[in-house]
Design a binder for this molecule. Structure first.
Ligand code: AP5
Length: 210
């Protein structure tokens, strides 16, 4: 399975990518996680992208296309992959379309903006392994501590309410048009984000069967 997850920030792409990755036994390539790791490591790329991410803006297309060409040619992608966060603009989608990488399906997780704002304001992320939790919907066993690795749980810099609004505006303007791009190719499947994460996963698996 070569799958693109295409949804608004906070719609649950990362959460569902984690489930689908286990279900299909294929890696998830999260562009956000790759970029945040670069920021943490203080790389040249990290220095370039930090300001943009903190403002809720997108990283330039040429940077992302090069990054993903390199990543998708790695051995672990040979039997399939889940793209969480790429493509995000028509230029990125066209570059992928013209490459040798063939995509089977594109999944949209549909969640209204109001719910997204509530979700992101409660999100916690492990500072070590980047697993996400939620203050209400996915509580860690011990407050402030990651269930997986024991790392400290923190609020992402770009989850501040003003930045979330900007990220949503960027999504509607630059990423939402991709829904038509992939619908026209017959590749788009849509699931509706449910209150329970496991209910969303059930719907996602069902729509991916079509
Ligand atoms: P990225 O990390 O991809 O951020 P995003 O798209 O804004 O996605 P999020 O991680 O915020 O949301 P998600 O849908 O994964 O939500 P999650 O599952 O965590 O990118 C960050 C930045 O990097 C971008 O803004 C941009 O600057 C840059 N970038 C990345 N890719 C790029 C590209 N291709 N081109 C240019 N720039 C790029 O869920 C959210 C919360 O809700 C969690 O707390 C979760 O527990 C909870 N939750 C999930 N599902 C449910 C549910 N069903 N019910 C209740 N709560 C739920």
């Amino acid at each position: 399975m070569r799958l693109i997850l295409l949804a608004a920030p906070g719609a649950g792409k990362g959460t569902q990518a984690e489930k689908l990755s286990k279900h299909f036994d294929i890696p998830t390539i999260s562009t956000g996680a790759i970029l945040r790791q670069n920021i943490k490591d203080g790389t040249e790329l990290g220095k370039v992208v930090k300001g943009l991410i903190d403002k809720g803006q997108l990283v330039p297309d040429d940077v992302m296309i090069q990054l993903m060409n390199d990543r998708l040619s790695a051995d672990d992608c040979k039997n399939g992959f889940i793209l969480d966060g790429f493509p995000r603009t028509l230029t990125q989608a066209e570059a992928l379309d013209h490459s040798d990488i063939k995509i089977d399906k594109v999944l949209n997780i549909d969640v209204p903006d109001e719910k997204i704002i509530a979700r992101l304001s409660g999100r916690l992320e492990c500072s070590k392994c980047a697993t996400t939790f939620h203050k209400e919907y996915r509580k860690p066993a011990v407050d402030g501590v990651c269930d997986i690795c024991g790392g400290e749980l923190v609020v992402r810099d770009d989850d501040k309410p003003e930045t979330v609004k900007k990220r949503l505006a960027t999504y509607h303007e630059q990423t939402e048009p991709l829904l038509h791009f992939y619908a026209d190719k017959g590749m788009l499947r849509t699931a509706h984000g449910q209150e329970e994460i496991s209910d969303t996963t059930k719907e996602v698996l069902k729509v991916l069967e079509d």
